[in-house]
Design a protein around this ligand. Structure first.
Ligand SMILES: NC(=O)c1ccc[n+]([C@@H]2O[C@H](COP(=O)([O-])OP(=O)(O)OC[C@H]3O[C@@H](n4cnc5c(N)ncnc54)[C@H](OP(=O)(O)O)[C@@H]3O)[C@@H](O)[C@H]2O)c1
Length: 211
């Protein structure tokens, strides 16, 4: 797939690298091609392409948003028309004081993002554990894959994102419609508090067992 990244720091940089290595064409949508996160992402993987934001978004089937949540308000409206009909993967997480939900748990950040880009096919993904676990899917000694829980209203968009999850060595779990994103965001906060505050290892991930 042709995939563009808006935001290429800890989360976006790891995913962009992994997806390019999995055979996708990955472009960093960069307002400033000399920014530290672009330079670092290219140092990690020189095969990533870099284009101006509108050009990168226009040329992509899938756009991954991995900016701070607060950046969406400025970053998305100028490209909202270009996002119409495209798969928009929401990796952001609204975080408030004391690792609370940044929108007061009243609605998800993904629903807010959808309001900014109403024509996009939004899928929440790649948020439920820390960036440390997006750099590699190897968990030596375990024979189950790390799960990736996703949510969104568009079945075809979720199918595309599930392919990307598998390409990154994840077990995709479709949790349902976009209203489930609120619960995935709380799952991220659970992980963040366990690891950043309670000192569980940062290599902790969720897995899904079925019978
Ligand atoms: N870190 C985690 O473990 C983790 C886990 C789950 C979810 N998340 C969520 O993932 C998102 C990214 O987190 P991160 O840790 O990867 O952050 P990060 O390392 O700080 O990277 C943020 C990226 O967003 C870009 N950016 C900042 N403001 C922007 C704007 N106004 N317009 C366009 N791009 C902008 C930055 O570009 P510059 O370098 O040019 O500033 C950088 O590439 C956040 O919403 C976070 O809550 C993080």
């Amino acid at each position: 797939m042709d995939i563009a990244f808006i935001g290429h720091g800890q989360v976006g940089g790891a995913l962009a690298d992994g997806l390019q290595r999995a055979g996708h064409t990955v472009t960093l949508a960069a307002g400033d091609p000399t920014s530290p996160s672009v330079v670092k992402a290219l140092a990690r993987n020189p095969a990533l392409q870099v284009r101006a934001v509108a050009e990168a978004v226009a040329g992509a089937q899938v756009i991954v948003v991995a900016t701070p949540f607060a950046a969406l308000e400025a970053a998305i409206p100028p490209i909202a028309s270009l996002l119409a009909g495209k798969v928009l993967v929401d990796c952001t997480n609204p975080v408030g004081p004391g690792m609370s939900h940044g929108l007061g748990s009243k609605r998800s950040g993904s629903e807010y993002l959808h309001e900014l880009a109403p024509g996009a096919r939004v899928v929440k993904a790649f948020t439920i554990y820390g960036f440390e676990n997006l750099e590699s899917s190897a968990y030596p000694g375990h024979d189950v894959l790390p799960a990736m829980l996703i949510a969104g209203d568009d079945a075809a968009a979720k199918a595309d994102v599930s392919v990307l999850c598998r390409d990154l060595g994840r077990d995709p779990v479709d949790t349902g419609k976009i209203d489930q994103a609120l619960h995935l965001e709380h799952m991220t906060l659970l992980w963040e508090k366990m690891v950043r505050r309670e000192r569980h290892p940062a290599g902790l991930v969720w897995a899904a067992l079925r019978r």
